[in-house]
Design a binder for this molecule. Structure first.
Ligand SMILES: [Mn+2]
Length: 318
């Protein structure tokens, strides 16, 4: 990581402006990493602000950020800042997910920092640091704060801590010693546990909705399948739900099936480690890792995808 940080420092030094950009439908890891990085960069720097609808936690995080002096930029005014500019992309590396894709043609010096499973449609970058084994992008940025000995605003430290918590589903997924060390370091930087809880508080209606979805899930062997209704969901919602299902007794693997666009059904698969979910997802045209995989199928029929999955569960030998 240190080698990457050295190169990152050099790139920052060699540019006049920095723009930090995350993915569409940003989450707390994405914004936490952006804010942490922003505070470590001691020169003209902007965070590209989303125009997407924010979820409850993100709205609360932005309310807290409002009290800070952070330079945001958006698609209406960023063009004044694209000369001698370094674009740092955080928490994604797949082109289609980028907040504002046209920028890729306007800025040529790009750095990508991410922790998602490597995808083929990668953004062409001058420098990249993609580590799918790490819990979150915030974990990487926290290490950068340590490396640069940056002190940050306690509110930013709090949002970063919430970001790690969201991406690990409460230190359950992809959590290692270094994840806990990063969390401890954020506490040391002033992260506030009470404010973090306020930011993470769930909306009651959303909680009830999720409980009803879990109610409809069922077991095949030691795997839990949870088909959703006809609404369109963010793929990260499917992932979180699958992670939640792993909490239940006898569940070794979980699959959440739902519409991710009008003509696309996604499956998000998670495993505790004894079942290789990547095998099922690649059999359905997707991919991923042993404990963490997904696929997307072009159709609008959830039942059809559910049946295909059940068939693969019968066919694929572990
Ligand atoms: Mn993330």
């Amino acid at each position: 990581m240190t080698e990457f940080f050295k190169k990152l420092d050099k790139e920052i030094k060699n540019h006049q402006n920095i723009i930090i950009m995350g993915h569409k439908n940003p989450d707390l890891d994405c914004i936490g990493a952006s804010l942490g990085l922003y505070q470590a960069i001691k020169k003209e720097c902007y965070i590209f602000k989303t125009t997407d609808k924010l979820n409850t936690s993100m709205k609360k995080a932005f309310q807290e950020i409002k009290k800070q002096t952070i330079n945001f930029i958006d698609k209406t005014n960023y063009k004044q800042k694209i000369n001698n500019t370094l674009l740092i992309i955080v928490d994604l590396h797949k082109q289609q997910l980028l907040e504002h894709q046209p920028i890729l043609k306007e800025i040529k010096d790009i750095i990508v920092i991410d922790h998602h499973i490597t995808n083929t449609e990668k953004i062409k970058a001058k420098l990249e640091y993609i580590r799918p084994k790490l819990s979150s992008t915030t974990e990487i940025i926290t290490n950068y704060l340590k490396y640069t000995k940056t002190t940050i605003d306690p509110v930013v430290a709090t949002i970063m801590l919430a970001g790690i918590e969201i991406d690990t589903n409460g230190y359950n997924m992809k959590t290692t010693t270094s994840t806990h060390q990063a969390a401890a370091y954020l506490m040391h930087l002033g992260a506030d546990n009470i404010l973090k809880q306020k930011i993470l508080k769930e909306n009651k209606e959303e909680y009830i909705k999720r409980t009803k979805q879990i109610e409809k899930s069922y077991m095949i062997k030691n795997m839990m399948i949870c088909p959703l209704d006809d609404e369109i969901y963010n793929p990260s919602y499917l992932a979180t739900l699958s992670e939640d299902l792993l909490r239940f007794e006898n569940v070794e693997a979980s699959f959440t099936i739902g519409k991710v666009s009008p003509k696309e059904i996604g499956i998000s698969a998670r495993s505790l480690g004894n079942i290789n979910v990547e095998k099922y997802m690649s059999a359905l045209g997707g991919g991923g890792h042993l404990t963490d995989a997904a696929c997307q199928i072009t159709t609008n029929n959830i039942k059809e995808v559910e049946n295909q999955l059940k068939q693969k569960i019968e066919e694929v030998n572990q």
